[in-house]
Write a protein that binds this ligand. Structure first.
Ligand code: F0G
Length: 354
């Protein structure tokens, strides 16, 4: 039996910016499920696959880049790894730093991060700095700190290593499907992941490991859609807190992925996002956080607009785990039947014959 030992040791070392001397700081990230969605396939007349990135060790795709960034930071002898985050990057940085014996400092917008993500950073032992401002303010501060202090900045903007790691999602998809899909859908916040995923497909095509690259379809929340409007948004607003970003750092990379792939970056409303969030849980059994559902919401929106030819093979990145956002999961309340502990009462409540 072969065991999976993470992206550097088991998977994709030859495509990653590591040397034989780089230690592998890993939590066995990657190798995430690629599930066919019968429901979304039937709805769209296409073949739709879900790449379940919430199955990564800290519950999001961020682990793919963080294993590389923290491994290299450890090799370089860094002591403090710093990142700005809407939550997932901070959880991932904190976990990998803990594993490497480094300190992580995470800068987050106060009151705007899902509590479970904050809980992860706290439990992994990160120094948490809550900043009075948006994610964009946090990133500006992180970059300025890195300009003046000896820290390892582990945001993808200051750190190409992160994007190199995140490319591996495309390698896994091509390895599983035998070729690249026709369309790849994903949520877009800071722009790093669409850039990296596209970059991964390009590497595989250039190396002759696939015959084509997909059209990249990125989706932003309507209240935080600077790439759609073509201008930064000063006060980004969406309940999908992971992608509440007004000034994407990887702006050019995201537009380049869109344009060179013949793709698009469009907006979806929070209502569409939450509809997709509920749909994929109920129909596919996959619990993804709200931001993650933007890719599904966008696909269904393009289908409704008549922009989706039938018969396409489509992969959707579900970027983070639904467990990370309890405000979202219990939003609007829930229904449950209360009974005594008598079996007959429970049977009655379930409509089972006496
Ligand atoms: N989905 C989730 C669950 C995310 O956490 C993020 C970004 C994205 C999508 C968007 O990816 O920024 O590369 O375009 N989260 C960052 C963070 C900003 O700090 O965790 P992107």
């Amino acid at each position: 039996m072969s065991t999976w030992n993470g992206l550097i040791d088991s998977g994709y070392r030859r495509w990653l910016p590591v040397t034989p001397g780089t230690p592998s700081v890993s939590l066995n990230e990657g190798n995430t499920p690629l599930l066919r969605s019968a429901h979304l396939s039937a709805l769209t007349g296409c073949e739709v696959w879900l790449k379940v990135e919430g199955a990564n060790p800290t519950g999001s795709f961020k682990d793919r880049g963080m294993t590389v960034a923290i491994s290299r930071a450890a090799q370089a002898g860094a002591e403090l790894a710093v990142c700005a985050s809407t939550g997932n990057t901070s959880a991932s940085a904190a976990a990998y730093a803990a594993r490497a014996g480094l300190t992580a400092a995470v800068l987050v917008p106060r009151g705007r991060v899902a509590l479970a993500k904050l809980g992860q950073a706290v439990r992994y032992g990160a120094r948490v700095v809550e900043i009075d401002g948006t994610f964009d303010d946090c990133l500006r501060v992180a970059r300025e700190l890195a300009d003046h202090h000896p820290i390892a900045l582990v945001n993808s903007v200051g750190n190409e290593l992160r994007l190199a790691g995140q490319r591996t999602v495309a390698y896994e998809i091509v390895d599983a499907l035998g070729d690249a899909p026709d369309i790849h859908c994903l949520p877009v916040g800071n722009g790093g992941n669409i850039t990296a995923t596209w970059g991964g497909y390009r590497v595989y095509q250039q190396e002759g490991l696939s015959t084509r690259s997909p059209r990249m379809w990125g989706f932003q929340a309507a209240g935080a859609a600077p790439l759609v409007h073509g201008a930064p948004v000063a006060e980004p607003e969406t309940a999908a807190s992971a992608i509440r970003i007004g000034s994407p750092a990887t702006w050019d990379g995201a537009l380049d992925a869109r344009d060179r792939s013949g793709g698009l970056i469009a907006a979806v409303t929070d209502a569409q996002i939450f509809e997709a969030y509920e749909l994929v849980a109920r129909r596919d059994g996959v619990f993804a956080e709200p931001a993650s559902a933007a890719g599904i919401a966008g696909l269904l929106d393009q289908h409704a607009r008549g922009n989706l030819p039938p018969g396409q093979r489509i992969v959707i990145t579900l970027s983070g785990n639904g467990l990370k956002d309890q405000d979202a999961s219990l939003r609007g309340g829930y229904t449950a039947t209360e009974t005594s502990a008598a079996t007959s009462d429970v049977a009655h409540a379930l409509g089972l014959a006496a």
